[in-house]
Design a protein around this ligand. Structure first.
Ligand code: Z57
Length: 825
């Protein structure tokens, strides 16, 4: 029996006729064109402008309500916000999607075509940046006063092209034809100092005063992107800073006839926000990157303080009641000494009072345990760019060392271990330690990850500050990752359990009782099949490759990294290929392996793995002996908008990282929400997904964290697996031939080398057989159509926990202590 559909969507603020005239008005008055001349791009812009009228109305009301209520707000500091496209999202959130689509249809325009005109806002690398985007969506939906602060990169993450199998990077100039959503706020420009030296002065009663004489000053220009909550009541902002020359230090040069030299300084200032660093989870240690971090933190803190002073003047006593700042990883950690500098040097507060404020304002999220991702800056570099900040860091550390000595008297080894400063050839500043010490709360991003943060990354900090380290499991916004990206499944769910699940995802539980219902199974799998047809069209267009929609769509989408083990998937595909060549009757259900992944431009092995996947694909896809049992589709330029097409079409979700390495993962949640069944290790949030769906509805394989550590400790030797498992040997040896790279023997050998000569740091070979066995179980399960449909439905039904609304609720309760604010009209 169908549950009665509950109507929660308010009647739209504007009807079809009004929307139509708004679009036409903007075609004429904003774009200077008309219905007959307009191309899809113009229609897209006019539609954005039409909805932006509603957005700005909501923004104005929200800011007024927040101001009148003098609300406490969270300030989410993040070097990355991976927003993707906004039109479809904003239409959905205002309940105007059908209105807009109907209006455009009457104008002879297909909404799906104009949605494709929008460039992705790709101001992030991967999980960390997309998490920030999901969080600001939830904050607005839950009517919480919040602002996102970041960098207005002129170029987002590079566009990936594949040429003869290899990744080529192209610049992503996403604003070339304008961004209809952003609003420039020149009235809120800030200035940021860099370089120079510190002068020590003595004030009244011998107080030491420090004055920083900067060597250069740049301007930060804020651009506001409205963030529309579901059902459109709260509209918060994402404020992104763009660097510009301040002009201040150019006059001398200019007057001396140095017009060209003065221009060079402009170029340097503008370089700060030019490009997003494309390294995910590897720290580049570049000076420009530190400047980027300081630039956006300093602008944001000054912006917060300006707003606070407007309401509270010079009374700092309530600052920590009004302001909480979440540090998204250590990228904004320089905020800690920057706020200390402002309070001590500028506001002339005493150190202890200033420190008391700081440590009530900041909270820090850790996203990784990988040593190569833990930021450390050479003290010399900080000294050059931010001389006063280095002094402050030393002072923070000096006082912290005294605390350590109180807890562990005389223990110098402990001091060396916990110090913000790593002594060595070159003194380094550990940004993780600075963040833990400067924050009142520190969280990991999944249960298992947070346990490891406590037990292996920061065990002593956990002892020193009991209760400071906590967990907030990540989440994803179901508005984008189900309602907007999978309209067919959303409508089916609406019909079955009502339409209020997008703001209360636990409601999906209501599907559980239909999981064994034959009619519902057929409907659910029909939607999946239609979504697979849409993806098959994309694969045809993008790769000129035909795939069978009755095959299993096996999807691995994430950044290319050894720890994520795309090469484990590749070795398995090669093994299947080999089994078919050896036995043409090898029994397997046809499968399409779909990949999406960008490699950091400087990460050689990651690029080699992309190349290998594409070369194996060339061979397998065109080998008639395979009889279409395997197809491999590496879709270029993986990004949010492509994920939105891939995820609804997935049958199988690959989450195969080495246990202990993936802090959480969020793609795992998106895929399961859309009815894909996970094959995965007990890593990150996979553990919690398994708890939710139950062992019968997930394929868990491989070493556990404990087993990984045990094997490492007793001495892992990949050669053992190479010699003992003939299939592993055959597949690795295959990489050395020119079978996949005709005329270029050895072109794929770096993968074999990393797994044998380099010791297989991520234990690919140790997990290979277990993975292969799990894939055989997946194959068998898929052939039982009803059983598979039941698994898929249960996966969707049990994802309630992973809404980012729940993550935000956890942050509010455990960390931020915020209250929601109703928006008055
Ligand atoms: C990044 O995307 C993540 C961690 C990092 O330290 C950096 Br730098 C970038 C990812 C983790 O790898 C994922 O496991 C996690 O789900 C995501 O951050 C969001 O927490």
């Amino acid at each position: 029996m169908n549950a009665k559909a509950t109507k929660t969507q308010p009647s739209p603020a504007i009807d079809k006729a009004a929307f139509k005239s708004a679009v036409i008005k903007h075609l004429h008055c904003t774009l200077g064109t008309d219905e007959n001349k307009a191309n899809n791009h113009a229609w897209w812009k006019a539609t954005c402008a039409a909805i932006q009228e509603q957005v700005l109305e909501g923004l104005r009301k929200t800011q007024k309500s927040h101001y009148l209520n003098d609300t406490r707000a969270v300030h989410y500091f993040s070097a990355e916000f991976l927003m993707g496209r906004l039109l479809s999202n904003n239409l959905q959130n205002f309940g105007l999607f059908d209105v807009a689509s109907g209006a455009l249809k009457e104008l002879g325009v297909e909404i799906s075509d104009i949605l494709e005109e929008e460039p992705d806002m790709a101001l992030g690398n991967g999980g960390l940046g997309r998490l920030a985007a999901c969080f600001i969506d939830s904050l607005a939906t839950m009517e919480l006063p919040a602002i996102g602060y970041g960098i207005h990169y002129e170029n987002g993450l590079f566009r990936q092209e594949i040429k003869s199998g290899a990744q080529i990077e192209r610049p992503d100039s996403w604003r070339d034809y304008g961004n209809p959503w952003e609003i420039c706020r020149p009235e809120s420009i800030q200035e940021v100092s860099l370089y120079g030296y510190v002068e020590t002065k003595y004030g009244e009663n011998g107080r030491v005063l420090k004055e920083w004489h900067p060597g250069s000053i740049v301007k930060g220009v804020p651009w506001d992107i409205p963030v529309v909550g579901y059902e459109g009541k709260t509209v918060n902002v994402l404020r992104l800073w763009q660097s510009e020359s301040s002009g201040y230090f150019n006059w001398d040069v200019f007057n001396a006839g140095g017009y060209v030299d003065a221009q060079r300084e402009n170029v340097q200032a503008e370089t700060i926000s030019k490009v997003l660093y494309p390294n995910d989870e590897t720290e580049a240690g570049k000076e420009l990157r530190l400047i980027q971090q300081y630039f956006f933190c300093s602008c944001s803190l000054k912006d917060i303080i300006r707003r606070y002073k407007r309401a509270h003047g010079d009374d700092w006593s309530r600052f920590a009641d009004q302001v909480v700042i979440q540090l998204n990883d250590t990228h904004p950690a320089i905020s800690v000494p920057e706020l200390m500098r402002i309070l001590v040097d500028r506001a002339e507060l005493g150190w202890d009072e200033a420190w008391g404020i700081c440590t009530k304002v900041f909270a820090y999220t850790n996203h990784t345990l990988l040593p190569e991702a833990l930021e450390k800056w050479p003290a010399r570099m900080i000294e050059k760019i931010l001389p006063r900040h280095l002094e402050i860091i030393y002072e923070i550390n000096h006082r912290f060392m005294a605390e350590v000595d109180k807890k562990w008297p005389g223990d110098n080894a402990m001091k060396a271990k916990l110090s913000i400063i790593e002594e060595g050839n070159e003194k380094m500043v550990r940004m993780g330690h600075l963040s833990v010490i400067g924050s009142f709360a520190v969280n990991g991003v999944a249960e298992m990850h947070s346990r490891l943060v406590k037990s292996s990354l920061f065990p002593e900090f956990d002892e020193l500050y009991p209760g400071k380290l906590t967990n907030v499991t990540n989440g994803i916004t179901p508005r984008r990752w189900l309602k907007a990206c999978n309209p067919a499944l959303s409508k089916l769910i609406d019909k079955k359990i009502g339409d209020d699940w997008p703001r209360d995802l636990d409601k999906l539980q209501g599907l559980t009782k239909f999981a064994t219902n034959k009619t519902f199974q057929k409907q659910f799998m029909k939607v999946k099949l239609e979504n697979k047809e849409l993806l098959a069209d994309e694969i045809r267009k993008s790769l000129d490759l035909e795939v069978d929609v009755n095959a299993i769509f096996d999807v691995q989408i994430k950044r290319l990294h050894e720890y994520k083990r795309q090469h484990l998937a590749l070795l398995h595909i090669m093994a299947l290929y080999r089994r078919i060549l050896e036995n043409p009757d090898y029994d397997m259900h046809p499968r399409v392996f779909v990949f999406g992944a960008k490699a950091a431009p400087g990460y050689k092995l990651a690029k080699d793995i992309i190349y290998a996947i594409n070369k194996v694909a060339d061979k397998v896809n065109n080998d008639p002996r395979v009889n279409n049992k395997i197809k491999i589709a590496f879709l270029p330029n993986y990004r949010v908008s492509l994920a939105e097409k891939m995820i609804p079409a997935a049958d199988v979700s690959e989450q195969i990282s080495t246990a202990g390495k993936e802090a959480s993962g969020t793609g795992n949640m998106k895929l399961a929400l859309n009815g894909a069944v996970t094959i995965g290790t007990l890593d990150g949030a996979n553990v919690e997904i398994a708890e939710e769906v139950g062992d019968d509805n997930i394929f868990i394989f491989g070493l556990t964290v404990e087993e990984v550590n045990e094997l490492k400790a007793t001495g892992y030797n990949p050669h053992d697996y190479y010699y003992k498992d003939p299939e592993i040997k055959a597949v690795l040896d295959w990489l050395e031939t020119d079978y996949f790279t005709p005329g270029k023997p050895g072109a794929l050998v770096s993968i074999k080398q990393s797994l044998l000569d380099n010791g297989d740091p991520y234990m690919v070979l140790a997990d290979f057989r277990a993975y292969s066995d799990a894939q055989i179980a997946v194959d068998a399960a898929y052939r039982d159509k009803e059983r598979w449909a039941e698994m898929a439905i249960i996966n969707t039904a049990k994802m309630g926990k992973f809404t980012s609304d729940r993550s935000i609720r956890d942050y509010v309760d455990r960390v931020w202590k915020l209250s929601s604010c109703k928006i008055e009209s």
